[in-house]
Design a protein around this ligand. Structure first.
Ligand code: IFM
Length: 455
C-alpha cells in the first residue's frame, strides 16, 4: 500500500483559515442516471449521446453514477470528507413538464437531497442549468431562440419557489461559454451545431436568461446568494511575434471577456467581433441592463493554459502540444499560476463581487489497486492551485471559497466515462465508490484545519 501524500497548505495561508469555504462539486446529468424515471423528460444530452460518434465509446448518462438512487449514501460520503459545502445542479427536465408545470416527483428528489445536506450542516450551492436543456425547447431552436431565455426564467421561478430556504447560493448557469461555443460553434457538445452566428446569439440568450432568472431568485428566495459560474482560461503566444501575441490576446478575449464583459460591464468586447466579423447578436433595448444585474458572488472555473499562434488570417489556432509541460489525462497543461493570473486580471478589470472557485481539478487514468487509488498527481494539482488562490488573495482579490471538481468520477461529456475527474473512484459496473488518495488528503487537511486553535 502506498502512503497517502499530504496536502501541504501552510497554516498561515488564507486557505487554511476556517472561514475559507471548501467544497466538492458535481452536476445532474453527469451523476444522476435514472434518465427515464419519475417523469424526467428527454434532454439535449440524451439526444446527443444517442447520435453515433458524438460521445467516446458511445457512453450515455442513462445510468451514470446512479446518484438518483444512491443520493443518501453519497451525501454521507460528502459529509465524511468534512467539506463545508456541496455544489450540485438541478435537472430542468426532471422538475418541469412540457407545459411548464411542476413535476412533484423530480422536485421531491431535490428536496430530500437538500434536506439531508442541510441536516448535516453542509452548505448548498445549487446551479440551475448545467447543460441539460429539455429537448422540447431545443426542438424550437434551443438557446438560439430568445423564447428559451424566458422559459429559463419560468423554470428559475418554479424551482426557487419550491426550494426556497434550502439553498445557500443559487448559480443561474454553469459555463455559458461552453453551452454557446462548444454547443453551437464547434458542435462538440449538445446540441452539436456548428454555426458561429448562432453561437453569439445563443450566448446572448443564455445571459439574458441569467439576468431574468436573478430577479426570480431574488423575489422567491431573498435569503440566498445569487450568482453565475463561468469557465476561464489563460493563453500564451507560441512566439513573441506581434501576430502570435495578438492571437493569444484574441483567444483570451474569446474565452473570458466575451462572457465576463456583458455580465460585469454591460457590453460585449469589440475584439470578439474583430475575431468573428459579422456575428453580432441581435440585442434588444434593455437587454444589457438585465444581463449586467449585480450579483452576490461570481463563480469561476479554471482548469488549464493553452499555447496559441496566429492562424495567418487575423485569428488564432492552438499550437502543437509541447512535451515539456506537465499534462493531465485530458491533455490539458497544468498551470496553477494561470489561476492567480486570471483572478488578478479580473480584479483589475471589473468590480467583481466576492469570488468562489466553483470548479478546479483534473482527470487521471485512476484504478483501484489493493483497495486504494494512488492519484499523487491530483494531490499536487490541488495543493498548487489552492496556493495559487492564496497568492491572489494576498494580492487583494476577494476569493471566499474553492470547490473541487469533482466529488466522484462521472460522465465527462463527449469523453464519456474514460476521463476520471473524481477524488472518489467509481466502479461503473458495481457502483462501488472508493476514496482516492486525494480524497483522503483533503479529508485530513480539513480535519487538521478544524482542530487548529483559533489565533
Ligand atoms: O466536467 C466538466 C464540468 O461539467 C464543467 N466544467 C468542466 C468539467 C471538466 O471538463
Amino acid at each position: 500500500m502506498q502512503a497517502v501524500p499530504a496536502l501541504n497548505i501552510p497554516a498561515n495561508s488564507a486557505i487554511a483559515q476556517p472561514e475559507f469555504l471548501m467544497g466538492v462539486a458535481t452536476a445532474s446529468y453527469q451523476i444522476e442516471g435514472a434518465a427515464d424515471e419519475d417523469g424526467r423528460l428527454q434532454s439535449i444530452w440524451d439526444t446527443y449521446c444517442d447520435e453515433p460518434g458524438r460521445v467516446l465509446h458511445g457512453d450515455t448518462g442513462d445510468v451514470a453514477c446512479d446518484h438518483y438512487h444512491r443520493w443518501e449514501a453519497d451525501v454521507d460520503l460528502i459529509a465524511g470528507l468534512g467539506v463545508d459545502a456541496y455544489r450540485l445542479s438541478i435537472a430542468w427536465p426532471r422538475v418541469m413538464d412540457e407545459k411548464g408545470q411542476p413535476n412533484p416527483k423530480g422536485l421531491t428528489f431535490y428536496k430530500n437531497l437538500l434536506n439531508r445536506l442541510n441536516a448535516k450542516g453542509i452548505q448548498t450551492y445549487v446551479t440551475l442549468y448545467h447543460w441539460d436543456l429539455p429537448q422540447h425547447l431545443q426542438d424550437k431552436g434551443g438557446w438560439a431562440n430568445r423564447e428559451t431565455a424566458y422559459a429559463f426564467a419560468e423554470y428559475a421561478d418554479l424551482v426557487s419557489r419550491e426550494l426556497a430556504g434550502k439553498v445557500t447560493a443559487w448559480a443561474t448557469l454553469n459555463e455559458p461559454w461552453c453551452s454557446a461555443y462548444l454547443g453551437y460553434a464547434e458542435g462538440r457538445h449538445a446540441p452539436g451545431i456548428t454555426d458561429l452566428r448562432q453561437a453569439t446569439q445563443a450566448l446572448h440568450h443564455l445571459l439574458l436568461g441569467h439576468g431574468l432568472a436573478l430577479a426570480k431568485l431574488k423575489a422567491n428566495d431573498p435569503g440566498a446568494k445569487r450568482g453565475i459560474v463561468c469557465n476561464t482560461g489563460t493563453f500564451k503566444p507560441l512566439t513573441d511575434s506581434a501576430a502570435d501575441q495578438d492571437a493569444a490576446h484574441l483567444a483570451y478575449v474569446q474565452q473570458n471577456y466575451w462572457v465576463f464583459d456583458p455580465l460585469l460591464l454591460g457590453n460585449y468586447p469589440k475584439d470578439i467581433f474583430r475575431l468573428w466579423p459579422g456575428t453580432e447578436p441581435l440585442v434588444l433595448a434593455g437587454d444589457m441592463e438585465i444581463i449586467s444585474t449585480p450579483m452576490d458572488f461570481f463563480g469561476i472555473n479554471y482548469y488549464f493554459n493553452s499555447v496559441v499562434e496566429s492562424n495567418g488570417a487575423g485569428g488564432y489556432k492552438e499550437a502543437p502540444h509541447s512535451d515539456k509541460v506537465e499534462r493531465t489525462q485530458m491533455g490539458w497543461e497544468v498551470y496553477p499560476q494561470g489561476l492567480t493570473e486570471i483572478l488578478v486580471d479580473f480584479h483589475q478589470r471589473y468590480r467583481m463581487p466576492p469570488i468562489y472557485i466553483t470548479e478546479n481539478g483534473m482527470a487521471s487514468d485512476d484504478s483501484v489497486v489493493n483497495g486504494g487509488v494512488a492519484d499523487a498527481q491530483r494531490v499536487r494539482f490541488l495543493e498548487n492551485h489552492l496556493m495559487a488562490v492564496d497568492t491572489a488573495i494576498k494580492a487583494g482579490v476577494d476569493v471566499r471559497g474553492y470547490f473541487i471538481w469533482s466529488l466522484m468520477d462521472n460522465f465527462e461529456w463527449a469523453y464519456g466515462y474514460e476521463r476520471r475527474f473524481g477524488i472518489t473512484h467509481v466502479d461503473y459496473a458495481t457502483q462501488v465508490r472508493t476514496p482516492k488518495h486525494s480524497s483522503l488528503a483533503v479529508q485530513a487537511f480539513l480535519q487538521q484545519r478544524k482542530q487548529r486553535p483559533a489565533d
